[in-house]
Design a protein around this ligand. Structure first.
Ligand code: MN
Ligand code: MN
Length: 280
């Protein structure tokens, strides 16, 4: 057995697991740089460099029941991936930790979810209605989730760390009640002031597009964007809302040669589970 074929903190089986890690290695629409289909396994490999004890949360992950279920088979259309993902997510109750893949896979993860705030960390607005003639493109992820907001299935959409998009996307967000927090405001004033805006929501799903971080911290992403967040901003925020997080995905990692980006993603997976479990 290769030790890097599953996540280092996987210590349970599917039936007993409270936290299930799974990969969706799909990157068919990635335009600038592709390769995020290799991310789930690269993040797993990097995870073997992690301690199971989180100093930040004073929590040892061996006390949480965690299972790495492997990857969803993505050798099919995106519509079929949505179907396979929702099949998997409805098999039993668990806290899902999805490893992308491009950002599009986040839509598959929340498709059947109701009554939650969709909180994205992303450099980009991802609000285009379609891109390259495709509605299920990584640049359209939040727009697809917005359709669930229109029907009342999503309570609110909040985007943190934004610093790239079109004026049409910005205007769309402004008119349709999508909340945007720009990276420069967070870099100057920290992230704690945003907590107040999240107070109304009891159930928060987090989608982490790794390009929200500055390329200095996460060089291995599909669309690197300067002026990004520090990973500590993310950690601070999840610490404060940890009792309300209902699911998590980390997307858009393109494994880099120095293993910096996949290491950060693996570390964050451990910290998210530590945050959620130590808040129970
Ligand atoms: Mn994105
Ligand atoms: Mn992005």
């Amino acid at each position: 057995m290769h030790i890097d074929s599953y996540f280092s903190i996987s210590n349970s089986n599917f039936d007993e697991a409270e936290y299930v890690i799974f990969g969706i290695p799909y990157d068919a629409t990635q335009s600038f740089r592709s390769g995020s289909r290799f991310a789930p396994n690269a993040i797993r490999e990097a995870s073997w460099n992690l301690e199971s004890y989180s100093l930040y949360f004073d929590f040892d992950l061996s006390y949480a029941k965690i299972f790495d279920a492997g990857n969803i088979n993505t050798d099919c259309s995106f519509e079929e991936i949505i179907h396979r993902t929702s099949d998997f997510l409805t098999r039993k109750e668990f806290f899902p930790v999805a490893l992308g893949g491009e950002h599009t896979v986040s839509y598959a993860c929340v498709k059947d979810l109701r009554d939650f705030c969709y909180l994205t960390f992303d450099a980009h607005l991802d609000l285009r209605n379609e891109f390259d003639g495709n509605k299920f493109n990584h640049a359209c992820t939040v727009r697809r989730v917005y359709e669930k907001y229109e029907t009342g299935e999503v309570e609110r959409i909040v985007q943190i760390g934004v610093r790239s998009g079109t004026s049409e996307e910005r205007e769309f967000a402004r008119r349709r009640g999508i909340e945007i927090y720009y990276s420069w405001d967070i870099l100057e004033g920290g992230i704690d002031w945003i907590l107040k805006r999240l107070e109304p929501y009891d159930r928060i799903y987090i989608s982490l597009d790794m390009d929200v971080f500055d390329p200095a911290f996460a060089p291995g992403v599909s669309a690197p964007e300067p002026f990004g967040l520090h990973p500590i901003h993310f950690l601070r925020l999840i610490d404060e809302i940890s009792d309300r997080i209902v699911g998590f995905d980390v997307v858009e990692v393109i494994p880099d040669g120095e293993k910096i980006t996949q290491m950060l993603a693996a570390k964050i997976v451990g910290e998210v589970i530590s945050a959620v479990h130590s808040s129970i």
